[in-house]
Design a protein around this ligand. Structure first.
Ligand code: GSH
Length: 221
């Protein structure tokens, strides 16, 4: 099994954590990535994904793109330990929360990626855009906090919803919007997530890679 992987790709990290949790060996092939973004595109990713994005999983004749599709394939192939609830309603809720994290939570983080990660010089950032995204992200944290009240994990046992939401919160924190004590259920859940070896190992690896990146190149005069 081969995984075309972005070292700092949140969507690939979902798959890497699932592989670790399930103890599945895969050859991880890092695509080019830096402060210039995903350029040049890896030729195998361009050839196998019409959207030319990571992650892409190749397992013999099976070629898959999109983290959600890949996670479901891994679950069918290696049902234990389960990362989705078995109960249909809980499973649908888990998928819904994953979709929420991918499409809503991440949408409030992406402007921060553009303003904070890609523009290492704070003077170059659009302060209004940063403030608006920060406020939207904090609203999302408050909604997630309310949902977690009285629960250990987001739906049933630990699983895909937790992994996906955690990665968004981790990105939020590294981009200047950490989960704070004002959302205590979410803060406690983050600690619980950090206590999982697969999650901690993935987070440490991403931080190590991020530390190797030079600041953005100076603009040409
Ligand atoms: N819905 C897709 C999103 C994948 C995605 O956005 N991948 C990013 C990296 S996190 C990418 O490859 N970006 C490069 C590009 O869009 O050109 C998934 O869940 O896999």
């Amino acid at each position: 099994m081969k995984l075309y992987s972005g070292p700092l790709s949140l969507f690939t990290a979902k798959v890497r954590i699932a592989l670790r949790e399930k103890g599945v060996e895969a050859e991880i092939i890092d695509v080019p990535f830096g402060r210039q973004g995903y350029q040049p595109k890896h030729p195998e990713v361009e050839a196998r994904n019409p959207k030319a994005q990571v992650p892409v999983l190749v397992d013999g004749d099976v070629e898959l793109w999109d983290s959600t599709v890949i996670l479901e394939y891994l679950e069918d192939l290696h049902p234990e330990p389960a990362l989705y609830p078995r109960d249909p309603a809980e499973k649908a809720t888990c998928r819904q929360l994953e979709h929420y994290a991918d499409e809503v939570l991440f949408a409030s983080i992406f402007p921060l990626v553009q303003e904070v990660f890609y523009k290492t010089d704070p003077a170059a950032r659009d302060a209004v855009r940063v403030a608006e995204s920060t406020a939207t992200l904090r609203e999302c944290y408050a909604e997630l906090d309310a949902r977690l009240a009285g629960r250990e994990w987001f739906c049933g046992d630990y699983g895909v919803a937790d992994i996906t939401i955690f990665l968004c919160c981790m990105f939020g924190a590294t981009l200047g919007v950490p989960v704070e004590d004002t959302t205590p259920h979410l803060a406690t859940w983050i600690e619980r997530m950090n206590g999982r070896p697969a999650v901690a190992a993935e987070a440490a690896e991403m931080m190590r890679f991020a530390a190797t990146l030079p600041p953005q190149p100076a603009a040409a005069a």
